[in-house]
Design a binder for this molecule. Structure first.
Ligand code: GDP
Ligand code: ZN
Length: 317
């Protein structure tokens, strides 16, 4: 290397605590964060995250030093573990799509989970959609209820994709939706996230387990977040903790804005401070009574409102 300092632009693919794998046009460079950055934003436990676009300065042993983190389009944040008041843990940055995955059965669809995740995506301005997996397990008795749930979310404007990782049905459609973008998958354990991703990209799990060479072991754990490159182009964010997000710092009056189907009514309520709970003259409740707003969505809203009011929930930004 010449005496001139060499800088490269890249994207953080993986973090292993103190090292970050930065993908550049000339390959992946294991990099460290310049000590100073670690202290700059005291609200965040981890100022540098997967998905971040960074500038690195090459150092002599072909590793990098992260010298700049570029402004993020968006970020997925959850309350820091251990309930450290006001602390945020950023899970990933610059996300193009978030998919909440549920299964028809084993386990059955949890609309409360779906709605919390969608609210978080609205708050973080991450386009979201719903994947209903295991449609091969659908029994005639389940059909009406499952289709109704699909219709509710599709009517709101969220893409809804029924798939089967088992039979491969619609997996190609999902694969196409992931192409050339950074996608996040969320969903309770057992809904089939790993199986689906492996159906899209066989061998992905191997890569998931492969920790950077310097740690020696290729453990099949995902303690640290990573961006998994797809051979068709694009990345899937593989991060622990997406499931345990909380809603950070949402004010009760804001929550309604994160339910897109409530938006046309929010300014029609009698009281400008209406929380659409028990207030008289509430246009959201009128829409509910006219069956324009789905009762299950509305009850998710009320549940979230009560936890926000009790100071239990948080959605940071
Ligand atoms: P994850 O926890 O969301 O990653 O779920 P897994 O991918 O580990 O899947 C949980 C279980 O569901 C496994 O036994 C899978 O074989 C099974 N599974 C996943 N997708 C499907 C599907 O489309 N149909 C059926 N019948 N089983 C599935
Ligand atoms: Zn109202």
């Amino acid at each position: 290397m010449s005496d001139a300092e060499e800088y490269r632009e890249g994207r953080i693919l993986r973090s292993t605590g103190s090292w970050y794998d930065v993908e550049t046009s000339e390959g992946v460079v294991p990099s460290k964060v310049r000590g100073k950055f670690r202290l700059e934003d005291t609200r965040q436990t981890n100022p540098t995250v997967v998905g971040d676009r960074v500038t690195i300065r090459m150092v002599e042993d072909d590793t990098g030093l992260i010298t700049a983190i570029h402004p993020r389009d968006n970020q997925l944040v959850r309350r820091a573990a251990g309930r450290r008041i006001g602390m945020e843990h950023v899970l990933a940055a610059n996300i193009d799509h978030a998919w909440v995955v549920q299964s028809v059965r084993k386990p059955k669809i949890n609309t409360g989970f779906v709605d919390r995740f969608l609210v978080m995506c609205e708050a973080f301005e991450i386009p979201a959609g719903l994947v209903i997996n295991k449609i091969d397990l659908m029994r005639p008795a389940d059909e009406a209820a499952v289709f109704e749930i699909c219709d509710v979310y599709a009517d709101i404007g969220y893409p809804v994709l029924p798939v089967s990782a088992e039979t491969g049905e619609n997996v190609d459609v999902l694969a196409e939706a992931l192409q050339d973008s950074v996608s996040v998958f969320a969903g309770g354990s057992g809904v089939g996230k790993s199986t689906l991703l492996n159906a899209i990209e066989p061998g992905l799990q191997l890569r998931t387990g492969r920790v950077s060479d310097r740690t020696q072991k290729g453990k099949h754990t995902t303690t640290f977040a990573s961006l998994l490159p797809l051979s068709q182009g694009g990345y899937v964010v593989d991060t622990p903790g997406v499931r345990e997000y909380g809603l950070v710092a949402i004010e009760p009056y804001e929550l309604g804005h994160y339910f897109p189907e409530f938006r046309p009514y929010l300014h029609e309520c009698r009281f400008p401070t209406c929380t659409h709970d028990h207030e008289p003259g509430c246009a959201v409740v009128d829409a509910l009574e006219q069956e324009i707003i789905d009762p299950v969505r509305y009850s998710s809203y009320v549940n979230m409102l009560h936890s926000v009011q009790a100071g239990e929930a948080d959605v940071g930004r």
